[in-house]
Design a protein around this ligand. Structure first.
Ligand code: ZN
Length: 216
């Protein structure tokens, strides 16, 4: 389903994360991989040539976001990118939580190590990496300033915030990261799970911060 001109939302089946395809060039997260064939078919039905995907960006290392990396990479020959702090987890499979899903992580080599401010470019989009640790130590968001789009991974959702009780999670870091997001001008929130939100995102984030400060 196209959720913004040039951005397709797929995935989200079962425990799968949302999967965003930007300009048919960049895939953000790949789900668990369990539904790879269904997702591939869905995209092919939209007349998308998957071979044009040149980069797979993982918002963080967890299995429900990265389990499909290997299948997509084998199909598209795309580069795999993740923040430097989550690179090791993705490459070793340790800390991706695949075991919680009763699965084993298919190890992949990371081709591109990301850090704050790095650019993820496509024909029509200029996304920038915003480092937002808290859910994991290597969690990132992707921000498109001109179009006011934030792809938020598991840092924030349309109705809640990311969990911090998994390995390398940190509640204090998450609060700091959400405060960082509050400084951005966001119209379109595209989260790692659940439905996207259009409008009212600034208010939503302010509410989250107020609640977190109270519960601290
Ligand atoms: Zn996660």
């Amino acid at each position: 389903m196209q959720i913004y001109k040039g951005i397709i939302l797929t995935g989200g089946i079962g425990y799968d994360s949302n999967i965003y395809l930007i300009d048919n060039e960049v895939l953000v997260d790949t789900g668990t991989g369990i539904f790879f064939n269904e997702i591939k078919e869905e995209l092919e039905n939209l007349k998308i040539d998957l071979k044009e995907i040149h980069t797979i960006v993982n918002t963080h290392c967890h299995f429900d976001h990265s389990g499909g990396d290997k299948s997509f990479r084998d199909l598209c020959k795309a580069e795999i990118a993740i923040h430097e702090e989550d690179k090791e987890a993705l490459e070793t499979g340790e800390g991706t939580l695949a075991e919680l899903f009763g699965k084993k992580q298919k190890a992949v080599t990371v081709d591109r190590v990301l850090k704050e401010g790095d650019k993820i470019k496509t024909k029509n989009f200029n996304f920038v990496v915003v480092y937002t640790p808290g859910h994991t130590k290597g969690s990132i968001c992707l921000y498109e300033k001109n179009k006011k789009i934030l792809i938020s991974g598991d840092t924030i959702f349309a109705d809640s915030i990311g969990r911090t009780d998994f390995p390398t999670g940190s509640f204090d870091s998450l609060i700091k990261s959400i405060k960082k997001l509050s400084k951005l001008n966001i119209m379109y929130l595209l989260p790692g799970h659940g439905i996207p939100k259009v409008g009212g995102v600034d208010f939503l984030i302010k509410q989250m911060i107020a609640r977190l400060e109270r519960n601290r």
